[in-house]
Design a protein around this ligand. Structure first.
Ligand code: FAD
Length: 320
């Protein structure tokens, strides 16, 4: 039994830690402080030593590396977390609420017989843990009371700030023997879905287009603006539903959660399902003809105007 109060499991893809790994540290520290215990971080597969250095942020007490394979593998992650749990016996296991996290975290919780709450956006761990979640497309907030000594949680990306500062965590190569005979699948490689290598959740500046663009051929105008601003193009769902941009460009509840420095929403009304994916952006700018569009409720700066007039002017202003 160690002093680990929280074990947070980092996530990486194609050689890079995902932003949510640093957010997990902030969330994990918050939880560990509630118990007055330690925050331990696990990093499994890939360049574990390099990742451990990057994860060594203020507030982390120990980092456990499991050097097995390169990319995410459900069975490896499940076995590794179970082995670390047996060694550390943390009160809370913390995962990202990502495609990968949702793949193995429930299996880990089931295997360890601990309750699991997904998609946490806040929590309060007093005598009992209370987790805040959103429902009905972010229209309703609910709280879940967890009456258990140990539990697993997955946290939504973009809800906690990324941990900063350099820490002095102990880095431990974990003694985990992965039983290959128990692995149900073999990871053969990694193929991006259409849209190339673009990961809008990692972008610092997003130019996002909505139904206000009217026609597919008008997208060129927005691409030109994105180029002029050195920004990445994203969109609301109707643009993806129309097949004008690939699914990996969609921001929102059924798309990606993004937290860029700047989010420029053009011809997007600001429906709750869209806002759920971008409300964590540092600065939100909206261009819309309708002064009552809900996007203006969350925008830091707004231009009430026709995008077909405003965007060309912005391109002129920002082109080299
Ligand atoms: P609209 O709501 O039609 O808004 C277009 C806006 O453009 C309007 O505000 C209009 O005033 C403005 N406009 C029109 N012409 C111009 C012009 N010339 N210049 C400037 N402005 C102009 N949506 C998402 O985006 N992401 C999701 O992940 C998502 N998930 C969903 C999941 C579920 C279960 C459901 C039910 C819905 C989901 N939606 C999602 C859809 C969501 O409810 C909205 O329908 C969608 O976000 C609207 O997209 P929009 O703002 O581009 O279009």
């Amino acid at each position: 039994m160690s002093d680990a109060a929280v074990l947070a499991v980092a996530e990486h893809r194609r050689g890079e830690l995902r932003d949510v790994s640093h957010e997990l540290i902030t969330a994990g520290r918050e939880l560990a402080d509630d118990f007055g215990g330690e925050l331990h971080v696990a990093v499994i597969s890939g360049d574990v030593d390099g990742f451990a250095e990057e994860l060594n942020r203020e507030g982390v007490d120990a980092i456990h590396t499991v050097d097995h394979g390169e990319e995410f593998d459900h069975g490896v992650y499940q076995q590794a977390v179970e082995a670390l749990d047996a060694d550390l016996a943390p009160t809370a296991l913390l995962f990202p609420n990502s495609v990968n996290g949702l793949d193995y975290a429930p299996a880990v919780a089931e295997g360890l017989d601990v309750p699991y709450v997904s998609d946490a956006i806040a929590f309060d761990a007093g005598d009992e843990l209370t987790v805040t979640r959103e429902m009905y497309g972010s229209k309703v907030e609910t709280t879940v009371d967890v009456d258990a000594d140990r539990y697993a949680l997955s946290i939504r990306g973009g809800e906690w700030p990324a941990a900063e500062g350099t820490g002095d965590a102990e880095i431990v190569a974990a003694d985990v023997d992965v039983d290959e005979t128990r692995l149900g699948a073999e990871v053969k490689g990694f193929e991006e879905v259409g849209g190339g290598d673009v990961d809008i959740s990692e972008a610092e500046f997003l130019v996002s287009i909505g139904r206000g663009i009217e026609e597919e051929e008008n997208l060129e105008l927005i691409e030109e603006l994105a180029d002029a601003l050195d920004a990445t193009l994203s969109s609301s769902r109707p643009i993806v539903d129309n097949g004008w941009l690939p699914k990996n460009r969609q921001v929102g509840q059924s798309g990606k959660v993004v937290t860029p420095d700047v989010y420029l929403a053009i011809g997007i009304s600001g429906a709750v399902q869209h806002v759920a994916g971008m409300k964590g952006s540092d600065t939100i700018i909206a261009i819309n003809t309708d002064p009552n569009a809900p996007i203006f409720d969350i925008a830091d700066y707004g231009i009430v105007g026709d995008l077909f007039e405003v965007v060309p002017e912005l391109i002129d202003e920002f082109s080299d």
